[in-house]
Write a protein that binds this ligand. Sequence first.
Ligand code: NOJ
Length: 761
Amino acid sequence: MKLFSHLFLFIILFGCIFVNIIWGKKSIARDVKHAQEGEINKKTEALLSRLTLREKIGQMVQVNGQNGQIPDEFRTAILNGSIGSILNEVDVKTLNDIQRIAVEESRLGIPIIFARDVIHGFKTIFPIPLGLAATWNPELVEAGSRVAATEAATYGIRWTFAPMVDITRDPRWGRIAECLGEDPYLTSTLGAAMVRGFQGDDLSAPGSIAACAKHFAAYGAAEGGRDYNTASVPGNELRDVYLKPFKACVDAGAATLMAAFNEINGVPATGNKFLLNDVLRGEWGFKGFVVSDWSSVTQLITHGFSENEKEAACAAVKAGTDMEMASTTYQTYIEELVKEGRINEEDINQSVRRILTLKYQLGLFDNPYTEPAAFPAVLNDNHKALAKKAAIQSVVLLQNNKYILPLSKDIQKVAVIGSLADAPHDQLGTWIFDGHKKNSITPLQAITEFLGPSKVVFAKGLEISRTRDTKGFQQAVDAANVSDAILLFLGEESILSGESHCRADIGLPGAQQQLVETLAATGKPVVAIILAGRPLTIGSILEKVDAVLYAWHPGTMAGPAISDLIFGVEAPSGKLPVTFPLAVGQIPIYYSHKNTGKPATKESWQKMYDIPVEAFQLSIGNTSHYLDAGFEPLFPFGFGLSYTTFEYKNIKISAGQIKMNETVDISTEIKNTGQFTGEEVVQLYVRDLFADRTRPVRELKGFQRVRLEPGEQKTVTFTLGAKDLSFYNRKMQQVTEPGKFFVWIGGNSNADLKTEFEIIK
Ligand code: NOJ
């Protein structure tokens, strides 16, 4: 008994010491951070007080690099302190030379901050962001961003224009490739992970670069999926959907934000005081700075919002755009505007304060120069291994009839067909300023290496993805005829997505559909591997092919990743971050839609070809659907198969009722019921049944990636609290309403394992 009580005391004591150590460490870290902040504030204020108005304005100017050159005019501008930041200069020697002029020769020695679009890797290219989102793996996404940051910092880049956290529900929009999908929760989680990866715990540490959450805001809501187009979003929807990921990035410490090109409800983002000042700074307490998008200040004129450049500069500064990218209205007009009393110098001070603070935080005053040798080599094996892992986890298995995949590595011969099987440039995807095709390993190379050259026969079939000329078909058929299986690479080249590369028809371009049909007619098994920057409407090929691996643009390591998946070295585990439409006319189609007063069901859908001639048209019984395309997508959000199967059962909830300040645990058992080791992304969806403002039929509120050996079972638990269930009501208040909630857990947004609970007052 005595022994027992001693043991008990010891545990309590040890527990207290342990808690104290952890708590103590945390509070020491907090104190150090506060002290550093205090120090930086002091230095910033001291420096600010020495700046002339012209020098202040200089800090608010960002100009493009001059391709490794320092022309006289450029040198003079740096010397005069007329440039605060330079984008797109990546020649280290030039960059250090520029920095030397700024730091050693200009009056106050303020370093330049060099910026670049480091979107999904720098030299080692990771999958496009939409592909990264398909991993549903925040730790991996964070680690990948760290690699990108380290490689960029090696070249003196200390600020990236990423993450792009625009929500979009339109796959026609070219920039869907750059974003993290359609869902605010997934985008928030992964966007915050990217911010952490880029910035680390300490912005001044080697390999840390400042993040820039963009494009603030609602850029992805462009009408018709046409880039730069008008966004009309009701205020509460704006906050519930489009602003959420930005808030998550701000909470994760994002140093900067970029104002978007588009207008929102009639006010262009770059001149939008409500967004940049009231919401971002007022409500969210954002302390960093806002940069415009490329010439988006002068575009205030084109929008029809400002009359001329002077007015544009005035509107942008007053709204809270601290730095102007590319266009030159700040340099030209701010001084005049201040002298005329139209802009308060204190507003300029505020912008400059924010910019200088970041320069101090990055340690640029102490370490302005870049020494590449101090960093790990770019494209090193670790970086490439991580890029390969990300590529593997990004691939989504959409179909696998009769478990044709994985192919046996003892297969006698495979026909590798399609130009995208060997397209080292296109596999990298959009926004790869610094990636190079010479570093890519293509699927053809990797498959040939895996099987041995005698087992692989390659035919392009079509010269590029857009080719309409079918003269290469015969060679492809010949290759198929001497093989045991066809690995058919389809999709779109990288140039068909990305900024302003939008498409009205998102089917397979060129004669690819015909190529699929021709090869299917050989009777050989066909595995389609699709490389694309967006969801494509691939419904018509599904019945022609046996399996579909959707690989996005997977980056430098596309080849080894795809080869490992085809031959079962790894099992697919990617899940769709965006709904795949059946037909382009269904757009927008997304899982978290509203129920409507007349929701469609399989029974209520009137199919166009079943309608009798001269049928009487009436309203009763009609529902919200298309006669020709129904109401369901081709593949739902969150969908993705594996080589194994997972069984979900036994959903449990810790309480049927909770109060506003309580939480509820929801758990499920998940079992690997197949033959392969696999990873599954377990997803939790919620529906708030009745509300002041109608709520979506389902909303993602949690996910966890679990790895299971064959036969292994695990319990996965999620916790929900009132805050997770909040939304903006008609009065624009963020509320959680008492009432009933349905909860589903499963492997995609159609999960049917269900429970429910109620929130009471
Ligand atoms: C325009 C794009 O919209 C933005 O995303 C990018 O960061 C800038 N150009 C700079 O390249």
